[in-house]
Design a protein around this ligand. Structure first.
Ligand code: PMP
Length: 285
């Protein structure tokens, strides 16, 4: 069955949905996006994603395509029309279509707004959450404003391919000897009672899942250290994990061929995953 997608005000079968060849998202990667997960037909942390979208748009002086409450309605309508129980909703906004020119087009150029769904039955019961994933380290060769969630995903895409070629699941990126983040997730290690993850800045995306997980960790009296760490420190940690809106909290059991702890998902990671999923399901809208 064909999906229903949203394009600039219309709900259409995916085969009929069209964007201009002059769209700046296509020509310049001049666009931002968000991914919100759906569990039990409800949106997880929609507010957080809507807030980050506003920030990404503002940082790029891009016009918001619709009001926040309308965005929520579109998300819900797509969940209903596509019968999504568990899955993901992608939202893409670009600066719109204009004749090709590096300079931004006239301020009255209409932004392009596209939303589509991916059904992921059993999203929260992924087998990888029980076995953990393996990562390699690669140099971080992305641009300098990783705090803006842009559609420039070529290097992360290359990173996933490098991980695959090495028989692993993902890559952690390293800059100036320190881990920044995963290709599409934030990176953490656990040592004793401390959860260590890189501080916020322009070097990483400010994960919506990260914010929630660190809040739950602090509420559970765990010690949170927001600071950089090296691959060597990670390899000597008790546990490692990643977070993202699609993976939630996912254990990492191997880094560059070195097993973390006893090579199995750790108890702190498992607990954080459980608390995150419980609390977020309760607050889902
Ligand atoms: N870092 C990067 C580079 C990402 O692409 C993502 C996923 N969008 C994340 C971190 C995690 O962010 P979130 O928890 O908001 O999904």
């Amino acid at each position: 069955m064909s999906r229903t997608v949203y394009v600039n005000g219309d709900y259409l079968p995916e085969e009929e949905a069209k964007v201009s060849v002059f769209d700046r998202g296509f020509l310049f990667a001049d666009g931002v996006y968000e991914v919100t997960s759906v569990l039990g037909g409800r949106l997880i942390d929609f507010e957080g994603h809507a807030r980050r979208l506003q920030r990404s748009l503002a940082e790029l002086e891009m016009k918001a395509p619709v009001e926040a409450n309308e965005l929520l309605e579109i998300h819900r309508e797509l969940v209903t029309r596509n019968g999504i129980e568990d899955g993901l909703i992608y939202l893409q906004v670009t600066r719109g279509a204009a004749d090709r020119d590096f300079a931004y087009p006239a301020a009255d150029t209409e932004p392009t707004l596209v939303l589509f769904t991916q059904a992921k039955p059993g999203l929260a019961d992924s087998p990888a959450a029980k076995t953990g994933i393996k990562v390699i380290s690669i140099p971080d060769r992305r641009w300098g404003r990783r705090d803006i969630k842009t559609v420039q995903l070529l290097y992360p895409s290359m990173g996933k391919m490098m991980a695959k070629a090495a028989g692993c699941d993902d890559a952690w990126m390293v800059e100036d000897g320190q881990v920044t983040e995963g290709t599409s997730n934030n990176a953490y290690i656990v040592k004793g009672n401390a959860i260590i993850t890189r501080h916020l800045g322009t070097e990483i995306l400010h994960g919506i899942t990260r914010a929630a997980v660190l809040r739950f960790a602090r509420e559970a009296q765990m010690q949170v250290e927001e600071r950089p760490f090296t691959i060597e420190e990670a390899q000597g940690a008790d546990e490692a994990f990643i977070t993202s809106a699609s993976a939630f909290v996912m254990p990492v059991v191997e880094i560059d061929g070195t097993a973390i702890g006893d090579g199995r998902p750790g108890t702190v990671t498992a607990r954080l995953r459980e608390v995150y999923l419980d609390e977020m399901r309760k607050a889902a809208i």
